[in-house]
Design a protein around this ligand. Structure first.
Ligand code: FAD
Length: 461
């Protein structure tokens, strides 16, 4: 197994999380439980948590290939946001207008639910609910900001959910360059994700859940999780492996792992923060096509990330894919472009990891009652909060508790499989290139690029 040092090097968050990162006890041999879960990221742990709370007598085992929080849950941007990867329009096509609205409202409530549980369980995840500011730094971006607000209004979401800010209002939140305006939503908290995921693992262990680390699952089958050291037999078997799912037999085309990369600066002096702002620690981004995201950390760093790393043929996942110098340089450049005062700030950490994208860009959580097989995933880059909703939903489905959650439109939604290779490689990388090309073209010409929208529609199905 990798050393504790290797785990710490996976992200700034894992580097700064208190406590040991040495893997806990692996699965000792065959066992029988009620619910078996593959993967100890947020999805697996939230599911275990809500099951254990609802029915303390339930026997639950989680098998994790590495350590709890090894995957995206220990490496992300720490936006605990109400963002859901499918648009209101798409959800309306799937389940109707009311269902689409219910989905977005459920996401908003889930943000507070994460904060509630963290507080109740004594998990200090540096929670700061300062909302999100998304700058418009070009006329085309301002158009998209307006469109986003207009769509929200059409669905009955008011100023309390999302509002357009003038340039002056936006700069009162953060002194970014070239700001023409912004959108602001209060539905987001900045968190330290590794503190949350490691704290959750502790919380479920205290409630009697067996978390077996260093235990890769080799096969997921009805009634059974197979590993090299034994099988976990269970009535319910849950797949919570997100970006790593294609490595499992029979699941090669279920999810495409796409990399997102991040950098973090050294702690910045107060004089620098006085020039930047972000005082209430709102998360921030802008309205370009190729996603960027940032947060002011509790210890005064800037953690900043974005997409742009390539998708690898055959959905391959390798440690070296976490680090792409070209992308780190581009992130550094974008960050300094936003906040020139950071020109001399040292970047102390750079890292990345795979997130999971389903073919129609829509996350789902579901359970087949006949086989007892359940799953949740396909969150794209919006899993920090969505995994909480997934955990509560899977718990309700397993316990047979009909609830508002189990009626949401993403429940039991089946995305079609990704194309076989090399088509998948061509399609995903063409999409990534189109997004950055569209951003460059827009900043050169000042006109909206239709190509990015058309490609987005193709991928979104
Ligand atoms: C760099 C980056 C930035 C992001 N930023 C944000 C953000 O700011 N906000 C947001 O909402 N989302 C963000 N995301 C996405 C978010 O982190 C994920 O959607 C979320 O963490 C998914 O949680 P998960 O538990 O489903 O998957 P993961 O956290 O990936 O966990 C899956 C676990 O399963 C384990 N596993 C895999 N295969 C096996 C196997 N065969 N046997 C046993 N165990 C296995 C893995 O080791 C891993 O621990 C980001 C992702 C990345 C990579």
């Amino acid at each position: 197994m990798p050393s504790e040092e290797t785990y710490r090097s996976l992200s700034y968050w894992l580097d700064s999380v208190p406590g040991s990162l040495a893997p806990g006890d692996p699965l000792p041999g065959d066992i029988d439980v009620d619910v078996a879960i593959a993967g100890a990221g947020f999805t697996g742990l939230w599911t275990a948590y809500y099951l254990a709370v609802a029915q303390p007598s339930l026997r639950i085992a989680v098998c994790e290939a590495q350590i709890a929080g090894f995957g995206a849950s220990g490496r992300n941007g720490g936006w605990c946001s109400a963002l859901f990867p499918a648009s209101l329009a798409k959800l309306t096509r799937m389940g109707g207008r009311d269902a689409a609205i219910a989905m977005y409202r459920a996401m908003q409530r889930s943000v507070d639910e994460v904060g509630r549980v963290a507080a109740a369980e004594g998990i200090d995840c540096h929670w700061a609910k300062g909302g999100t500011v998304a700058f418009a730094r070009a006329a085309t971006q301002l158009d998209r900001a307006r469109e986003e607000v207009a769509e929200a209004r059409e669905f009955g979401f008011g100023e309390d959910d999302l509002r357009l800010l003038s340039a002056t209002e936006a700069r009162e939140i953060a002194e970014a360059t070239d700001v023409l305006g912004a959108t602001y939503t209060p539905h987001c908290a900045a968190i330290h994700p590794a503190r949350l995921v490691r704290g959750l693992a502790e919380a479920v262990r205290k409630r009697g859940v067996a978390v077996h680390e260093a235990t890769p699952v080799t096969e997921i089958a009805p009634g059974c999780l197979r590993t090299a050291t034994g099988s976990v037999r269970a009535r319910y078997v849950i797949r919570a492996t997100e970006g790593y799912t294609p490595l499992l037999p029979g699941l090669g085309r279920a999810i495409a792992p796409v990399y997102s990369l991040m950098i973090a600066t050294e702690p910045l002096p107060e004089a620098v923060w006085a020039q930047i702002g972000l005082t209430a620690r709102p998360t921030f981004g802008d309205h370009r096509h190729m996603i960027i995201y940032g947060q002011r950390t509790a210890d005064g760093r800037l953690a900043f990330g974005g997409r742009g790393a390539p998708y690898h043929l055959g959905s391959a996942i390798r440690p070296q894919f976490d680090r792409v110098p070209r992308v780190f340089n581009a992130l550094r450049h974008t960050l300094t472009d936003l906040f020139p005062v950071l020109a001399d700030a040292k970047v102390t950490h750079s890292w990345g990891g795979p997130l999971g994208i389903s073919r129609d860009w829509c996350a789902s959580a579901g359970l087949d009652p006949a086989t007892g097989l359940g799953w949740a995933g396909g969150y794209v880059g919006d899993g920090v909060t969505t995994t909480n909703l997934a955990g509560r939903t899977l718990a309700d489905l397993i316990l047979g508790t009909g609830s508002d959650l189990t009626r949401l439109p993403w429940v039991n939604h089946r995305s079609r499989r990704w194309e076989a290779e090399p088509l998948r490689w061509l399609g995903v990388n063409a999409g990534l290139h189109t997004m950055s090309w569209a951003d460059r073209r827009e900043s050169r010409t000042g006109r909206q690029s239709r190509a990015a929208q058309v490609f987005g529609r193709f991928l979104g199905g």
